[in-house]
Structure formats: C-alpha cells, structure tokens
Design a binder for this molecule. Structure first.
Ligand SMILES: CC(C)(COP(=O)(O)OP(=O)(O)OC[C@H]1O[C@@H](n2cnc3c(N)ncnc32)[C@H](O)[C@@H]1OP(=O)(O)O)[C@@H](O)C(=O)NCCC(=O)NCCS
Length: 170
C-alpha cells in the first residue's frame, strides 16, 4: 500500500453553536463537541485508509476554552500516525471571531480509529509520511500515546510499553 501524507486525510467541519447544543451557561455542551470531533476524525481516518473505520479510543481531550452560543466552530482533523490497523487522529478546534474573522484555538483532542472489514475485523492501513514540523512532532509522540492508551485499557503490560517508559527513565 502506498504511503500517504497527513494532509491527504484532512477533514474540516465548520458549524454554528445552536440552542439545544449548549449547557446551562450557554456554552457548547462538551458531548456535542466530542461528537463533532468524532465525525471529523472518522472522516480523516476514512480518507487515509479508504476503509470503514470505528472509534477505538478517545486518548485525550482538553476543553481549554468555553465556546459561546452562536459561535462559528471549525473542527480540523488529520491522521497523525498510522500503525497496522489503527490510526491516531489529531483534532484542533478553532472559534472564529465574528467581527475580525480571526480564528482562536479553543480545544484539541486525540482519537484512535481502527479500519475494519465488513465483519468488523481489523485490516491493514497505509503508512503515513509526516511533512511539516508539527506533523513530525505529532507522529513521533504517537507511539507512546498508543502505548499509554493500551496500558490504560488493560491491553498492554506496562513493562512492554518501552516507548512510554523511556519518558521516565533517563
Ligand atoms: C476497535 C476494535 C475494532 C479493536 O478490535 P480488537 O479485537 O481489540 O483488535 P486488536 O486487538 O487487533 O486491535 C486492533 C488495533 O486497535 C488498537 N487498539 C485497540 N484498542 C486500543 C486502545 N484502547 N487504544 C489504542 N489503540 C487500540 C490495537 O493496538 C491495534 O492496533 P494496530 O493494528 O495498529 O497495532 C474493536 O474493539 C471494536 O470494534 N470496538 C467497537 C468500536 C466502536 O463501535 N466504536 C464506536 C463507539 S461505540
């Protein structure tokens, strides 16, 4: 399978925050943002693998900034690293200032998707070649995030998480 670049998987979802999507402070409800990020990330993982993909794990979410009712929100998702059947997808969330049009980073998240066949069995995906400095940084750190996720899920013994352990042992 031919390797692809992260940009080839880029998925961008732009939408308003409407009533019914907010919490009692009139800011975007966290679960609604998780769903938007899941959709964008699923599209990115599907573009990279050209397969049916399922969400295997939400590895990290940071709700750094509240997003008020009426905001224009852009969710950008790109595959940051592809393993055998799984892909790490990095998601950046931006809020647009209505007057200046300037976009401010509000949140970010990292999801893992797995490509599957018609019976839900994992299948291999193309590898990925990061191009930009940021893409390379995200690619490099993805293996230890995968190991952390697997350890937390009870699917890997901490002793086998070599990349993760290397963070703590000089
Ligand atoms: C995700 C799923 C396909 C994994 O199936 P599995 O039988 O555990 O398969 P494997 O153990 O071979 O794992 C497949 C890949 O997923 C990765 N993976 C599994 N769980 C993971 C986790 N918690 N974090 C990170 N990666 C994970 C494995 O490391 C493996 O990656 P690799 O092939 O790139 O090395 C399966 O658990 C599933 O279908 N889950 C439900 C998905 C779903 O319905 N999501 C929607 C939300 S309800």
């Amino acid at each position: 399978m031919e390797a692809r670049t992260p940009s080839e998987s880029l998925a961008i979802l732009t939408d308003f925050v409407l009533t019914g999507e907010t919490n009692s402070l009139n800011n975007l409800f966290g679960g609604e943002l998780l769903a938007r990020m899941d959709r964008a990330a699923g599209i990115a993982a599907g573009r990279h693998s050209r397969r049916v993909v399922v969400t295997a794990s939400v590895n990290h979410v940071a709700f750094n900034k509240a997003i008020p009712l009426g905001s224009v929100v852009t969710v950008e998702a790109k595959v940051s690293r592809a393993f055998t059947s799984s892909m790490e997808v990095y998601i950046d969330v931006w809020v647009e200032d209505r007057q200046s049009g300037e976009k401010t980073k509000a949140n970010e998240a990292i999801y893992t998707f797995v490509a599957v066949n018609e019976s839900g069995t994992p299948v291999a995906v193309p590898s990925i070649n990061p191009q930009t400095t940021l893409e390379k940084q995200r690619y490099d750190a993805a293996l230890r995030r995968k190991q952390l996720s697997l350890v937390l899920a009870g699917k890997m013994k901490p002793d086998d998480a070599t990349e993760l352990k290397a963070l703590f042992v000089s």
